[in-house]
Write a protein that binds this ligand. Structure first.
Ligand SMILES: [Zn+2]
Length: 222
């Protein structure tokens, strides 16, 4: 039996009203070969990350699957319409199953801009982090650093302004440490890793384990 990789799910765009099918990846088809210290996965086979946001093929509105069909205020909707019009005139994206890393850059650039407008900082941070990971695969270190610092900014906003569950706080504190470490802000990295371990040291999460390791490495770094 040949295992299938892709399927199609129907969505209705909350911006332009278009009903369309988006390519999704079967969870059985996801194979992670390894992870970097910030948990960036390297996949064996299809790069699932490129399929995580859903993009309307008509107007390019893009969001993560779970909140694609959310409702907005009138003002947010007007801002999103303007954003999509502008991006649509600048970008061309292959939304088929053959999308590549360059398409991924466009997809996550729109995703990050959408969540920035919606002031959903945790989601914006996640979108910028994944944009940075795509630039890492493209070996574009300058753009990777830019995206990491945007992710850091939104993780900080999220930590100070958003109501987060304990699990979300653990993740956000980890990334405040890890992204500062990657951006060579050693003092800040140590500060956030130690906050994470002080507050959630008993937590079994992979983030806490990684933070202990990264904290040591950062402290030893000259
Ligand atoms: Zn649309």
């Amino acid at each position: 039996m040949v295992l299938q990789t892709f399927w199609e799910q129907e969505f209705k765009c909350p911006i332009c009203g278009k009903v369309f099918h988006s390519v999704r990846v079967f969870s059985d088809a996801i194979k992670i070969k390894e992870r970097d210290s910030d948990l960036k996965p390297t996949y064996d086979g299809v790069n699932v990350m490129l399929f995580q946001p859903v993009t309307c093929p008509e107007c390019f509105y893009t969001a993560f699957e779970n909140d694609f069909e959310i409702s907005f205020s009138q003002r947010q909707k007007e801002m999103l319409v303007k954003l999509c019009e502008k991006l649509k005139s600048m970008l061309s994206i292959n939304l088929s199953k053959d999308r590549n890393l360059k398409d991924g850059v466009s997809i996550f650039t729109i995703t990050a801009a959408v969540y920035t407008i919606l002031e959903k900082h945790l989601r914006a941070a996640e979108a910028y982090l994944k944009l940075a990971w795509i630039f890492r695969d493209l070996k574009n270190h300058d753009e990777e650093a830019k995206a990491l610092s945007s992710a850091l900014k939104h993780f900080m906003e999220s930590y100070t302004k958003e109501e987060l569950s304990n699990d979300q706080q653990v993740m956000v504190l980890f990334y405040l440490g890890e992204l500062n470490a990657r951006l060579s802000n050693k003092k800040e990295a140590v500060r956030w890793f130690s906050t994470l371990i002080q507050k959630f040291g008993n937590n079994n999460s992979v983030y806490v384990k990684l933070a202990r390791k990264e904290w040591q490495e950062v402290t030893m770094r000259k």
